[in-house]
Design a protein around this ligand. Structure first.
Ligand code: ITT
Length: 200
């Protein structure tokens, strides 16, 4: 089985990648790189994470940089989504404090940039987005991060309340992983015998 390293310290992301990559024949192994996210874009930060993991393990690695962008706040917290306050409860409190003066609906989107670093080859990048709105939290204790306060467009449930398979069908991460799978870049990692091809 081919090992694919995943550069993350976020358990919620790990669980989602395990679910999204089920059936690909790839074995995910976490590398907590803790690289400083000094890039000025999701794409740059995702590449920093993936390349650090690929370098340290000398193998193919994925990095995910994602964020929540609220239209009325000019895209805040965006790149800073994980860093506007020390705990998730404080991040949400800050978000609602800023949103309070603005009329509802509070339109927002999640963005996910996925970098695939392959030793000796250029890093590839895949993007996914999910449109929706911010509402009072529902489904606390389920999902992760901002899931309880985000309702994808057309859904009666928050990301936290949706069964994982339904979240994946609507989510920014699900879309980025589908783009990655469609590119064929992962298929090229597994050995021919694992792809069902006969050896000569
Ligand atoms: P890494 O170790 O992978 O960098 P992180 O939590 O620091 O983990 P980011 O820098 O990409 O991740 O920050 C993304 C922020 O957005 C972070 O607070 C996440 O919890 C949140 N987030 C990303 N995807 C999410 C999702 O699907 N649902 C809820 N919150 C999400």
């Amino acid at each position: 089985m081919t090992v694919l390293f995943l550069a993350t310290g976020n358990e919620g992301k790990l669980r989602e990648f395990q679910e999204l990559l089920l059936g690909t024949g790839l074995l995910l192994e976490v590398v907590d790189t803790r690289v400083p996210e000094t890039g000025d874009s999701y794409s740059a930060n995702a590449a920093l994470k993936a390349e650090a993991a690929a370098r340290s393990r000398a193998g193919p690695a994925l990095g995910d940089d994602s964020g929540l962008e609220v239209a009325a706040l000019g895209g805040y917290p965006g790149l800073l989504s994980a860093r506007i306050a020390p705990t998730q409860a404080e991040r949400e409190a800050l978000l609602f404090e800023r949103l309070c003066p603005h009329p509802k609906p509070w339109r927002a989107r999640f963005v996910c940039l996925l970098a695939l670093a392959l030793p000796g080859r250029p890093t590839l990048s895949f993007r996914g987005e999910a449109a929706g709105e911010i509402r009072e939290p529902a489904g606390r204790g389920q999902g992760f991060g901002y899931d309880p306060v985000f309702w994808p467009s057309g859904s009666l449930l928050s990301f936290a309340e949706l069964p994982p398979i339904e979240k994946h069908s609507l989510s920014h991460r699900g879309a980025a992983v589908r783009a990655l799978l469609a590119s064929g870049a992962l298929a090229s990692l597994s050995r021919p015998s694992e792809r069902g091809e006969s050896r000569r």
